[in-house]
Unconditional design. Structure first.
Length: 144
C-alpha cells in the first residue's frame, strides 16, 4: 500500500495523540488560536496504513500578535515513522513552482527547512526526505 490523502478519524486522533501533538506544534508556531482550538473534523493527513507511516501539518507559522494574523509560510509537520514522531519544518516555495493551474506539468515546490535530528534514531535523512516527497506527491495542491 502507498500513501493516501484522507481526513483524520477520531479513532486515529486518539490512537496517535494528535490533539496533544497539534497543541505542541501550534505553540511552537506562535499560533495560539489553533493551539487553543485543537484539531477539527476536516484535518487531513497523508497515511500509509500498511506501514503505519503518516505525515501531517500540525503547526502553521504566524507573526505573533498581529491582527489579522500574518502567515509566514513556514509550517510544522510531523512524520510518524518507525514509531517515532519526527518534526519537519517546511516552506511552500511559490517562486519556483507553477504559477497557473494550466501549467503542464503543474509543479509545487516545498523547501525542507529543518528535520529534528533528535528523533531520527539512526534513520538516514535521505530516507526521511523520500517519505516526505512521496506523501507530498499524494497531497498535491490542496489535499483531500
Amino acid at each position: 500500500m502507498a500513501f493516501v490523502n484522507e481526513y483524520v478519524s477520531q479513532e486515529d486522533i486518539e490512537k496517535y495523540g494528535l490533539d496533544e501533538l497539534h497543541r505542541r506544534c501550534s505553540r511552537k508556531a506562535d499560533n495560539y488560536k489553533t493551539a487553543r482550538d485543537g484539531l477539527h473534523d476536516r484535518s487531513q493527513w497523508m497515511i500509509d496504513r500498511e506501514k503505519e507511516i503518516w505525515f501531517m501539518r500540525l503547526g502553521i507559522r504566524m507573526v505573533p500578535g498581529e491582527n489579522p494574523p500574518i502567515y509566514l509560510g513556514n509550517d510544522i509537520y510531523i512524520l510518524h515513522y518507525k514509531g517515532e514522531n519526527i518534526e519537519v519544518v517546511m516552506k511552500d516555495n511559490r517562486k519556483e513552482g507553477s504559477t497557473k493551474l494550466s501549467d503542464d506539468p503543474f509543479r509545487i515546490r516545498w523547501d525542507i527547512l529543518s528535520i529534528a535530528s533528535s528523533s531520527l534514531n539512526g534513520v538516514q535523512t535521505e530516507e526521511i526526505i523520500e517519505l516526505i516527497q512521496q506523501a507530498m506527491e499524494v497531497y498535491g495542491l490542496e489535499g483531500v
